[in-house]
Design a protein around this ligand. Structure first.
Ligand code: SF4
Length: 987
């Protein structure tokens, strides 16, 4: 065999190439030995590894001869739909006995994260019980695939500890004593309370606070029918930062990347393993890579995603925007930008006028001034701030520039959610899309709204004439969205009270920062009059409720989901499986609870019934919005509600008719519908304009105005609808930030985080508490045994160099002190972490107290909580996780004991003064545990929490803004009130 040529390091071409990608010469050497052996047909694993460039292509000549790989979406592995009513397969547990089981297969939608993947439920016809869940190949987002959490839905519905009957508190709140009550009693009691509040015009005292939303548009119509400004969400502990960064550019507040067609993919955080729209994105990122795309990942940890990347950039937390701006500067200076897109679709004239009022308005001057604006963002500056080598910043920037319109990217929680100014990370990331013209293109990144379906309701209540300042305080006029995590502090601050408070799939005591402040608020009936927890399972917030009302799991209720998972638009129907199975067997039901376990209701029917009872005589004007569109003066049924939506879904009735089905029956059968196969370049849609006069066209600026109002942009000689901003273009210069008190942020810029090294004391480091585990879901996976078997610890990640300087080894107990307290955890010392930064996953550390019902015993430690002095709270573990006897033999097989630590409860609130996002990253000190410290110990002083809330509040620049507005009219707001409510009224 002839010797291969070698490079200056003595590596062969293949070794050199692979070493560049991060593979060691040793690995390549092994590949070479492999090469010397006779060529063989590649295994499946080899084929995938070769395509992902994890190993060199060892079988190029062999591959040429192979048949093509079966593409995604092939249905050959799934039972064909014509057999879904009568499907027989071997029973997995029967082994040699080869028993057969006969199933009915019914589709529904996973509820274990926001992605809304399709599921097929296998109903055993002999028992009429759901036996398992698999992927639904007819779901356009997930295409038959699921992550571990989808099939684990079966654990959740079979959980022995779940709540099956409505419960009412006995004794004091949080005391743990409950009695079973009837649904009639519950509905009448709550309805009477709300009716009184409405009659007394206390409409801001009725609040619905949701953790995981769904029900596209459903709850808005309920609350607006009641006339309350009562929507609160979890958005600003999750995604408000990223949302604001995107919204300020283009109106739409999320990105929808077309990873599958991209040439270069940049992810900020661990999107392949646990990111936003996890499974639908992950499968498309892999497809993109298999088609040759390169992947870069900015993540402090060597996550599974980073380990799959071509470039791992372990940026110092909060420095990401500096790196992105350095990349932007390279793209500008090396003229890798997309001139046509910038000319047509960016407000470059206004931007130039702002950068240099004296400059002549020419595109060339714009580019020159833009380059000047970012002069300080050199690769060396990026390296100084982030720790990522300048050469890597240059390399990645050029690759992005060359990818051009096929550059896809994503940033969601992670940097956007961790830092003061985290919103600037999303804004600077999108700047790269704008420069490369990859906005809305094949292989680019689209605005979210293009891919999300909005259902047509049968009756639309008017917008409410209230503005709830507990949700949208004047201090946060640009917040995305409600300042939900400040609620306990706003109540403590005397800014209002709540009469009736619904929590749904929402567990702030555990999920939010500063959980002890939530316990204090929820325990005080003067602040929260009645707390109703709508939840399938117990959680740390439900312990402090007045009513705990069991709601159905994913397969036990109706719902409609639609998310912008890729470059298409789809809807997915969540339907109660056993109710649909009963219907197919000829048994009609009126309510879903008739086929659910115990007396478990579904939310949709709960809201219909409650609304009906609030307005007994129809005098409040509520009932009129709950009358059937098909039957005069009769209450709507859940079937009619979805029938109406599906009959009014573009294209669905026609597709259904081809199969001889109604639209509703089509959705019952397939569970999902593709509304649009591809949604690209929607800003180029033709504007509908009539009676156009010559003086309404500004050919120079490419704009059409009517009565002074901009109505269309001219591009390629035609009038286009443009983007959802005041300028209908991408807004590089943001008049909104300039006018609303933040002129220093009128252009995309780098904001130094609260955990920037300049802001740390000598002994402090940064705690990154936001990383997700791919197998868990905040609160909802607590009762999924398979998932807890996989993941059941949340140790503190630290770099080996930090372990050495602190004298800490893996497994040692450490005390992590925050601004308001501390928690005690075990260390995990690893090379897969950036030095001087520690990290802890936020999924684990669930708890119950001795007085609480046994629940989620796969995941909860039993703890004791004591308020030792006013505001000084201690929590310690009295019993970890362990085996126990139950009707499920697996409970005796629990082998893990840890249960983890509840870290979030030791964090103060950090509301970003612009976006309103809670800035999760913490300044902490890490030391060996003190004598007497035990794993799981927690201490918090809520007096300090309140003080820190005030400190961050003082950083705001409150409304009113221009024209006396509370909030810019063009920015989205959930449950949008009547326009007059946007103006601050004179007192
Ligand atoms: S990504 Fe996993 S948890 Fe999320 S919806 Fe899909 S299957 Fe369910």
């Amino acid at each position: 065999m002839a010797a291969e040529p070698r490079d200056n390091q003595g590596l062969t071409e293949r070794q050199s190439l692979s070493a560049h990608r991060g593979h060691s010469p040793l690995l390549v050497g092994i590949a070479q030995i492999h090469d010397q052996m006779s060529k063989h047909k590649p295994t499946f694993i080899e084929s995938i590894a070769e395509k992902l460039h994890l190993i060199p292509n060892l079988h190029a000549d062999v591959n040429d001869a192979l048949p093509p790989i079966v593409g995604p979406g092939k249905l050959s592995d799934y039972p064909p739909p014509d057999k879904w009513d009568d499907w027989t397969e071997y029973e997995a547990k029967s082994g040699q006995r080869r028993e057969k089981k006969n199933y009915m297969i019914i589709p529904t939608t996973c509820f274990n994260c926001e992605a809304g993947c399709g599921l097929l439920s296998y109903v055993d016809k002999s028992t009429m019980q759901v036996r398992k869940f698999e992927g639904n190949p007819y779901h356009p987002g997930s295409r038959g695939r699921n992550c571990a959490k989808g099939p684990a839905t079966i654990n959740q519905i079979n959980d022995n500890d779940r709540i099956l009957y409505p419960l009412k508190r006995k004794g004091e709140r949080g005391g743990g004593e409950w009695e079973q009550v009837s649904w009639d009693e519950v509905l009448d009691d709550i309805a009477a309370k709300i009716r009184t509040a409405l009659k007394e015009d206390r409409r801001n005292e009725v609040v619905y606070h949701v953790g995981r939303p769904g029900h596209e548009g459903f709850i808005d119509r309920i609350l607006q029918a009641w006339g309350v400004d009562g929507h609160n969400s979890h958005t600003n502990i999750c995604s408000a930062g990223a949302r604001f960064g995107y919204a300020i550019w283009q109106g739409a507040d999320r990105p929808s990347p077309d990873h599958g067609n991209a040439q270069f993919i940049l992810l900020i955080s661990a999107h392949l393993e646990s990111g936003h729209y996890f499974n639908p994105h992950a499968q498309r990122i892999i497809e993109g890579m298999m088609n040759g795309a390169k992947l870069a990942v900015m993540d402090t940890r060597l996550s599974n995603t980073a380990s799959m990347a071509d470039y791992w950039m372990p940026t110092y937390p909060g420095s990401e925007a500096a790196v992105l701006l350095a990349m932007a500067k390279i793209i500008i200076n090396e003229r890798l930008y997309n001139e046509k897109f910038l000319r047509d679709w960016v407000n470059w004239r206004e931007s130039l006028a702002e950068m240099n009022p004296d400059a002549e308005i020419t595109f060339e001057n714009f580019i020159a001034e833009l380059s000047n604006l970012y002069d300080e963002y050199t690769p060396e500056f990026a390296e100084k701030e982030s720790g990522v080598a300048a050469a890597t910043v240059i390399d990645v920037a050029r690759q992005i520039g060359r990818a051009g319109t096929r550059f896809s990217c994503h940033n969601w929680r992670s940097a956007g959610a961790g830092n003061l100014g985290g919103w600037a990370v999303a804004r600077c990331l999108h700047f790269l899309n704008v420069l490369t013209g990859s906005v809305g293109t094949v292989g680019g990144t689209s605005p979210s709204a293009w891919g999300k379906f909005k259902p047509t309701g049968f009756s639309t209540p008017p917008a409410q004439k209230f503005w709830n300042e507990l949700h949208f305080p004047l201090e946060y006029p640009l917040s995305h969205y409600e300042m939900s995590f400040l609620l306990p502090h706003l109540l403590k601050d005397g800014r209002g009270k709540i009469d009736t408070y619904f929590t749904r799939v929402f567990n702030p005591v555990w999920t939010y920062p500063d959980g002890f402040s939530w316990i204090e608020a929820l325990s005080d009936p003067e602040k929260i009059g009645m707390h109703i927890a709508l939840t399938p399972t117990w959680n740390e917030t439900a312990y402090f409720a007045d009513y705990v009302l069991p709601m159905g799991m994913a397969s036990e209720r109706h719902d409609l989901t639609s998310y912008e998972t890729h470059s298409g638009m789809w809807i997915s129907f969540r339907q109660p499986i056993l109710r649909e199975a009963a219907r197919k067997m000829g048994r009609e039901t009126t309510f879903t609870y008739e086929t659910n376990p115990g007396e478990v209701w579904e939310e949709d029917e709960f809201w219909f019934e409650l609304s009906w009872r609030i307005d007994q005589d129809g005098d409040l004007g509520i009932r009129q919005h709950f009358i059937s569109p098909y039957r005069d003066d009769e209450k709507i049924t859940i079937e009619e509600y979805y029938q109406y939506i599906f009959e009014n879904t573009k294209g669905l009735p026609e597709v259904a008719a081809k199969e001889g089905l109604t639209a509703l029956d089509y959705m019952r059968k397939y569970g999902a519908f593709e509304v649009e196969k591809a949604v690209y370049e929607k800003h180029m849609d033709l504007a509908q304009i009539t009676d156009l006069k010559n003086d309404e066209i500004d050919a120079e600026r490419g704009e059409i105005r009517k009565e002074g109002k901009l109505i269309a942009i001219i591009a390629d000689g035609k009038a286009r609808v443009g983007f959802n901003t005041p300028s209908k273009r991408q807004e590089l210069f943001s008049k909104t930030t300039a006018e609303w008190g933040w002129p220093e942020y009128e252009f995309p810029t780098y904001v130094k985080s609260h955990i920037h090294p300049d802001n740390l004391a000598e002994n402090e480091v940064v705690l990154v508490p936001t990383f997700r585990l791919p197998t868990l879901i905040h609160t909802r996976s607590g009762n999924a045994k398979w998932l807890n078997e996989i993941s059941n610890r949340n140790p503190l990640w630290m770099h080996t160099s930090d372990g050495e300087r602190w004298g800490i080894e893996t497994g040692d107990l450490v005390r992590i002190s925050t601004e308001i307290g501390y928690f005690v955890n075990r260390a995990w010392v690893t090379e897969g972490m950036r030095p001087s930064v520690v990290a802890c996953s936020h999924h684990i550390g669930r708890w119950r107290r001795a007085q609480d019902a046994s629940n989620n015993r796969w995941s909860t430690n039993q703890v004791t909580i004591k308020e030792e002095e006013p505001g000084k709270w201690k929590m310690w573990v009295v019993e970890g996780i362990g085996a126990y006897k139950s009707s499920d033999p697996d409970t005796e097989r629990i082998f893990w004991t840890d249960g983890g630590v509840h870290q979030n409860i030791t964090f103060p609130v950090h509301p970003d003064p612009v976006s309103g996002m809670h800035c999760w990253h913490q300044k902490v000190t890490v030391e060996r545990a003190h004598p007497g410290d035990a794993h799981g110990d927690v201490f918090v002083d809520t007096n300090k929490s309140f003080k820190i809330y005030k400190e961050w509040l003082a950083m705001t620049r409150p409304a009113p803004g221009p024209d006396g507005l509370r909030r810019p009219l063009w920015l989205a707001r959930p449950l949008r009130p009547a326009e007059e409510m946007f103006y601050v009224k004179k007192k």
